[in-house]
Design a protein around this ligand. Sequence first.
Ligand code: HEM
Length: 211
Amino acid sequence: MGFTGIFLILFLIVHVSLNACIWANDGGEMFNKGAHFMGANLVPRILEVGLFIGLILHIIQGYMLTLQNKKARGIGYAVNYKEGSKWYSRSMAILGTLILIFLVSHLSHFWLPNRSQQGLSLGNEIDLYDRMRTTFSGHDIATILTILIYVLGCGALGFHLAHGFQSAFKTFGINNKRYHQMLSGIGFVFSIIVCTAFAMMPLSFHFGWIN
Ligand code: HEM
C-alpha cells in the first residue's frame, strides 16, 4: 500500500502542477500545451497504464486491509482506542470510496472523451481547457451537482492524504518519534495545499475568476 500510495502521490503532484497552468489566464494556452505533451508522447502514455494499474492495486489492497483488520478484531475494545487516533485515520476505506465515486465521475468528464477521440494515436486530443470551462461554468442543477462532487471529492482526498502520506513512509520503516511528527506535519500541509488547489479549479471556472 505504501508503494502504490507514494506512486499516486507523485501523480497528484504532476497533475495539480499541470492543472495550475489554468491560472495563467492565457485562455488555456499553457495548460493545453502541457496536456498535449502528456497526450502526444509515448512515455507519459505508458506511465498512464502504470498509473491505472497502481490505482487499481491500491484500491484492492485498501479494501483487503480493511477486511483483514475487521476480521482480526471481531469484538470491540475494552478501552476507548479512539483517543489515540484521528477520525480520518480510522475512516480511510470510506474516504477512499468517496474518492472512487469522484474519480468515476471525473474520468468520464475528461479522460474518457479525450481517449475515445484519440484511440491509440498519439496527439489529436480534445481542447481540455474548453472542456473544463463547459463542465464547470454553467449555473444549472447538473453543473452545481458536478461542482459539489468535485469539492467533496477533493475534501475526501485531503483527509485521505493527511493520514496516508505519513502512513506510506511508515510502511518503509521511517517511524521513530521525530520522523513521525515531521512527516505528519509535511503530509498535513501537502494535503491542504494540493486539495485546496484542486477544489479551486472548478470554482475558478464557475465563478469566472479565469477566462
Ligand atoms: C478537482 C480538479 C481537477 C480537475 C479540473 C482535473 C482535470 C483533469 C483533466 C483535464 C484530465 C486530463 C484527461 C486527459 O488527459 O485525457 C485529468 C485526468 C485525470 N485526473 Fe484529474 N482533475 C482534477 C482533480 C483530480 C483528482 C483530485 C484526482 C485524483 C484523486 C484526479 C485524477 C485524475 C486521473 C487518474 C486522470 C487520468 C490521468 C491520465 O491518465 O491522463 N484528478 N484530470
